[in-house]
Every structure is written in C-alpha cells, then in structure tokens.
Design a protein around this ligand. Sequence first.
Ligand code: 16G
Length: 240
Amino acid sequence: MKINKKSPLPIYYQIQEMIRGKLESGEWPPGYMLPSERIFAEEFDVSRMTVRQAVTELVSEQLLTREKGKGTFVAEPKIEQMLQGLTSFTEDMKARGMKASSELQLFQMEEADVATARLLQLKGGSVYRMERLRLADNKPMALENSYLHAEMFPGLGEEAASGSIYKRLEQDYGITIGSADQSLEASLASEREAELLGIVPGAPVLLISRTTYTADGEPFEHVISSYRGDRYKFRIHMPR
Ligand code: 16G
C-alpha cells in the first residue's frame, strides 16, 4: 500500500486506515506481530513519530496491544458476556466453544471477616476461601476470590476447585442455585493480579462482586473477581 503525501488526509491517518484494513480482512490475525516502527517508517518513507502516532491510537482503541520489549501485536477479540442470566465460568466458556480451566492459588478454611459474615448470613464464622485463576483455552481471563459458606458444604475439598464449583455444589450438596446480586466497577491490576493475568501492573481490570443465593434465598458464596479489561466486555439488554 502506498501513502499519498499530497492527500489532504494526514499521513498518520492513512497508515492507521491501512492497518485497520489488514485487521478487518484478517490478513493480520489476532496475535500477529506488527512490523517494527523502523521498518514501517522506511517502507512508507515517513518519520517514526508518524508511525507511532498511528499505532498509539489503535492501541488506545484496544485493536492492538504493546508488549514491553517484544513489540506490537494484533489484540485478541474481547469476550462479550451478557449480564442477564446467572451462569458459571465453565458454562460461559462452553457456550463459546472454549475450554474452561482453573489454576488454584489458595484453598483454605478461615474465619470470615465481618463484611463476608454479614453477606453470607453466617452463624458459625467459617468460610472456605478459594482463589482461582480462570482460563479460557489456557489463556488467563480472571482471578476469582471466593468465600463459600462452610457449614453448608461440609467436607468440601480442594479438588472441588479444579472443575465447575457450581456443578459440584449442586450435584454433591443438592443445592439449587437461584439468584445473585452482582456489581461491576473499574479497577487497576495490582502487581500480583497482573502477574497472574499476564498483563502489566496498573492495566485496567473489571472488578465484579457477586453474592449468590440458593433457590430458597440462602446466600452460599461471595466472590470478588478481577476480569481482564482487554479481554472482557459486558452487555445487557434493557427493555423499557
Ligand atoms: C463465575 C462467577 C462466580 C462463580 C463461578 C463458578 C464471577 C463474577 N462470577 O465466574 O461467582 O463462583 O462462575 O464457576 O466471578 P465454575 O462453576 O465454573 O467453577
């Protein structure tokens, strides 16, 4: 493709449109590494600054990602998640033809803090605390920190964390999952979250907090999850 230096369209814009074209046609698929700024600049006989300007805008639109010391890549498409309907991570991924898996970071029984005890309406003070990195097709998507009502699930072991916890609780403990209250807010990845999620510290994450109830209205889990802001998009249908 040629840059038209006589065109009234700014050069950086022409480069940007050329890149957009390659993304739309699939010629540059997700994960593709873009040529370096230097090569781009030589090819189009423009300054590196101009190339950088074109690329920076596409990075801020999240169509491209920059990885320190590696280069600029075509971004993976975001997973679009409907907010209606109470589903599990495993179900969500399955519905997309993706394989859900988990890496267990922590599983222990502990005393609930005041806020968690209140949310779970605990009489005894114990919860199972479970921290799991959730992966889709082996790529990290979210870090989940769950607190489960310990008295409701006696003998729950660490192996329960490897598959779908919802399925396990329904099958082995006979609960019917009924509803959830959920909030969603913007946040920034901490050092630890970033390392586990494969993003840079301070990158945007979506913080979701969910309290889930059985069909009888008993709260059984409270979960705080950080979802990768570059991989997730939530959608809701709002009839008026
Ligand atoms: C979802 C839920 C989480 C639940 C998990 C169960 C959020 C925002 N939502 O990720 O509350 O514990 O699904 O998934 O984290 P599983 O049945 O596949 O283990």
